[in-house]
Design a protein around this ligand. Structure first.
Ligand SMILES: *Cc1c(COP(=O)(O)O)cnc(C)c1O
Length: 496
């Protein structure tokens, strides 16, 4: 533990917080209600508490302090720079939050009659229009609840299309080695076998290796563009042509859309399906499991298989199609109700407040910021690939060779400096990866401060301070946790 200890276990204003179950004093209550009479109890229809609830007895100030202090232990985009690669952790404009909280949007019920939710349906419809406009694609399935869910939706549409054309025997999906883990997981969930494709020296997909793997049993290619090395797949047109030539579909993981919004028309690349992580590109606070939304744009070939529901304009205004219509063969539905409506509202508010020109500038600035990091850190860290990057800068651990310091140690030392670490050890195609995505919302001052810290740490590591790095983090409430034990034997229930 720390060098100096306190009587309380607290460090300065950082309170050593107990679990809520360990607090409390029997009989304490936060509210003061009169004892219910017997008549009231009978009105419960015999549903009555029999055993003690086993909840701690706490007063209101105890509860408020506990949760407020827990919230202060949380590091988020509102507290500091968050260069987590592949996550697009950008500032979430308060305007979008305000719009999402308007009672007319926030207090809707999914069972409300259609006539009373015309405005909400219009939000979904307008956002769908923007997503189609920004990608050039003819259709979009709005309901997937996250990127991974969108991948699943896209592959299910591909599976349905193959089955419809008597190609149901296609059981193999090609996935580059640099792919996000959700890609192979999705393919496996849809019943496909996963076949990896190697990357070339320059971090892009090896086209020849891809062509060699194509065959009559291949259902689809899943490719990320820009890829998880932060690089644009420069042969993407040739890749699409080869995939289509073999009778397969081209799924694009669009999680990195933030790098190309307003600059690249996805439809021109030969893509058949692509999810868009609204929470990343179009700014909803995310991380720690939610919330998100992963609308999936579809080509004309896949559009008939899109899941229900979707919004159409009818004689009495907007309606939700919930079943099969003339000319369509929906593969089913992927989610209850209409999708992640609160995220839709934020995305539309963001898009409308930015405007087409603002969106285009945002992607340009995101790429500029990443290249600024790469240029200013390139001489002390080791960039994995030559040339400019897209929205994220990838380094590997060659700069730490013979220092005794690992990527993990480096990340822990960054925590002591007040920074959330970058993505580490991903993508797997380079050794000891450090993947940094600054996004467009960081100022030059913020980037310069971060650069100074990373340069300082790199120089310190090379000067032989491995012991210091191994001891980091020093200033956090907990130091190094046994992450393997926590993952393998999680303790999820409190027991007295
Ligand atoms: C974030 C991400 C995903 C998964 O998206 P979720 O919304 O977290 O499910 C998939 N692929 C890539 C490249 C990503 O960065």
């Amino acid at each position: 533990m720390s060098e100096t200890t306190s009587f309380s276990g607290n460090k300065g204003l950082q309170i050593e917080e107990k679990l809520i179950f360990e607090m409390g004093n029997p009989g304490a209550v936060a509210v003061d209600l009169p004892e219910p009479g017997p008549v009231d109890l009978d009105r419960m229809g015999g549903v009555r508490k029999r055993a003690d609830l086993a909840l701690p007895d706490l007063s209101e100030p105890q509860v408020v302090r506990h949760y407020t202090r827990l919230s202060q232990k949380n590091y988020g985009i509102d507290t500091g720079f968050y260069p987590l690669g592949s996550c697009t952790m950008k500032h979430n404009p308060r305007l979008s939050e305000k719009v999402a909280r308007l009672p007319g949007l926030a207090d809707l019920h999914p069972f409300q009659p259609r006539q009373t939710v015309q405005g909400a349906l219009e939000v979904i419809d307008q956002l769908a229009w923007w997503l189609k406009q920004l990608t050039g694609m003819p259709a979009v399935a709005m309901s997937p609840a996250a990127g991974a869910h969108g991948e699943w939706c896209g592959l299910m549409a591909i599976r349905a299309a193959h089955e419809d054309s008597g190609q149901g025997h296609r059981r193999r999906v090609l996935v580059p080695e640099s792919a996000h883990g959700t890609n192979p997981a999705t393919a496996a969930m849809c019943g496909y076998s996963v076949d990896p494709i190697p990357a070339k020296e320059n971090g892009r997909v090896d086209l020849d290796a891809l062509k060699a793997k194509l065959g009559p049993d291949v259902a689809a290619l899943m490719l990320t563009n820009p890829n998880t090395c932060g690089l644009f797949e420069s042969e993407i047109i040739e890749i699409a042509a080869a995939v289509h030539g073999a009778g397969a579909y081209f799924y694009c993981d669009g999680a990195n859309f933030n790098a190309i919004v307003g600059r690249v028309k996805v439809a021109d690349l030969g893509i058949d399906a692509m999810h868009i992580n609204l929470h990343k590109t179009f700014s909803t606070p995310h991380g720690g499991g939610g919330p998100g939304a992963g609308p999936t744009v579809l080509s004309a070939a896949l559009a008939p298989f899109a899941p229900v529901p979707y919004v159409v304009s009818g004689p009495d205004g907007l309606e939700l199609v919930e079943g099969r219509r003339e000319g369509t063969k929906p593969f089913g539905r992927v989610k209850g109700f209409h999708g992640q409506f609160g995220v839709f509202v934020r995305a539309l508010a963001y898009i409308l407040s930015m405007g087409a020109d603002g969106l285009r500038q945002a992607s340009s600035d995101a790429v500029l910021n990443a290249n600024y990091l790469q240029a200013r850190l390139g001489d002390v860290l080791t960039p994995s690939f030559d040339g400019p990057c897209m929205h994220e800068a990838l380094f590997d651990d060659r700069f730490l060779k013979d220092t005794g310091v690992t990527t993990l140690d480096f990340a822990k030392a960054l925590i002591d400096e007040g920074y959330h670490p970058m993505t580490m050890y991903f993508p797997l195609v380079v050794h000891g990866a450090l993947l940094m995505e600054p996004t467009e919302t960081e100022s030059k001052e913020a980037l310069d401060q971060f650069i100074a810290v990373v340069r300082g740490l790199a120089e310190k590591a090379k000067a032989g301070a491995a012991e210091d790095f191994k001891a980091a983090p020093r200033h956090t409430p907990r130091r190094r946790l046994d992450e393997t034990l926590a993952a393998r034997t999680p303790i999820l229930r409190w027991k007295a």
